[in-house]
Design a binder for this molecule. Structure first.
Ligand SMILES: Nc1nc2c(ncn2[C@@H]2O[C@H](COP(=O)(O)OP(=O)(O)O)[C@@H](O)[C@H]2O)c(=O)[nH]1
Ligand SMILES: [Mg+2]
Ligand SMILES: [Zn+2]
Length: 334
């Protein structure tokens, strides 16, 4: 085949690149970490390497592309995914929708007030991240609501400050990183920037916690809309929702998922659920029975750890509630 030099501006005739946007009919690809998006299309059905199933291509997927003689690009293959975030449909078709692939870190954003964090929502979300193999950091945003001015001893709100300390304690004890942030004061925004550098990250959490504000604080040029009431209408639907990746001026890339506050709960076997609670996974080898559901079995190391204060009783009750639910929980059930 003769070389085609008609589209030399950014791309060679074949190669691999990352999907940075999907808009119904076509995809935008860029060879990260370069930011030079170009259009590509899929013809026919693509098979995932090493898998017999067909699957839609998601933002974050690494794909192979080929340029044809007219200078347009076709996606010819998808690379294996490091991880992917799947959203279960709430309708009867039970179809799964891949939100994003190859995410380096999810920032689960919560606030103590406006809106008030629901621990069961947090715990379900964390279980989902564990099941998908996506590293997660919890951002406790709006820290200005309870923290005094930098360098001063005074606390803005003692009660809220105590709740914050309790929250941080529960989740650090479970093995998660919790970063308190404030867009208003800039508190820990620098550390957040450091965590995003050269990574593909995603912000998730309930509406109103400050996801868009945080992303704008990382890179004001993105100018994402904040406090958007219309977002409420997007929740629970995904037909009109397109995901896309934005480059951050501080380095790294953020996947924007409009209207998504959680990912729903994955299907799991009852005896596997505790594997998705890191603090239970750590001790369950010492349970007398294998498998152990950590409910009624004698000699249960998890229950012993709860009684010894090594596992938070709140986390344990979330675990029990999830066992009871039997996977019935779906996103939007807050
Ligand atoms: N006090 C305070 N308000 C914040 C902070 N971050 C965001 N907000 C406000 O919270 C509201 C929701 O923010 P937005 O970014 O739209 O939340 P999103 O729905 O998660 O994207 C807006 O009114 C923001 O100004 C913060 O750190 N402190
Ligand atoms: Mg937003
Ligand atoms: Zn047990």
């Amino acid at each position: 085949m003769k070389e085609n030099f008609s589209n030399k501006n950014c791309c060679s005739a074949t190669g691999s690149a990352v999907v940075v946007k999907h808009t119904g009919s076509h995809y935008l690809l860029s060879r990260l970490p370069e930011w030079n998006p170009f259009i590509a299309v899929v013809r026919g059905k693509l098979r995932l390497k090493g898998s017999t199933s067909t699957n839609p291509i998601a933002v974050g997927d690494v794909v192979d592309y080929q340029e044809d003689s007219t200078g347009s690009f076709t996606i010819t293959g998808i690379h294996d995914r490091k991880n992917c975030i799947v959203r279960k449909s709430q309708n009867l078709s039970r179809q799964n929708h891949v939100i994003a692939a190859n995410i380096d870190r999810v920032f689960l954003t919560v606030t103590l007030r406006d809106p008030e964090v629901k621990l069961q929502f947090v715990d379900r979300f964390l279980v989902t991240c564990e099941a998908y193999g996506v590293p997660v950091t919890i951002l406790l945003n709006k820290a200005d609501l309870y923290r005094g001015e930098e360098g001063s001893e005074s606390l803005a709100d003692e009660d809220l400050a105590q709740m914050a300390a309790g929250f941080v304690q529960i989740y650090s004890q479970a093995g998660y990183d919790v970063l308190e942030t404030s867009v208003t004061t800039g508190y820990n925004i620098g550390r957040l920037k450091d965590m995003c550098r050269d990574k593909v990250v995603l912000f998730s959490g309930q509406s109103g916690v400050g996801k868009s504000s945080l992303v704008n604080a990382l890179d004001p040029s993105l100018n994402l809309k904040t406090a958007e009431i219309s977002q409420a209408h997007l929740q629970g639907r995904h037909t009109t929702t397109f995901y896309q990746m934005h480059p951050l001026s501080c380095g790294g890339f953020v996947v924007d998922t409009p209207g998504i506050r959680g990912f729903g709960l994955v299907d799991f076997k009852k005896e596997e659920l505790s594997n998705y609670f890191p603090e239970m996974l750590r001790v369950e080898d010492n349970c007398r029975f294998v498998p152990c559901t950590h409910t009624h079995e004698p000699g249960c190391a998890v229950k012993a750890a709860v009684e010894a204060g090594e596992i938070s009783p709140l986390r344990y009750s979330s675990y029990l509630a999830m066992l009871e639910d039997d996977g019935k929980y779906r996103e939007g059930d807050e």
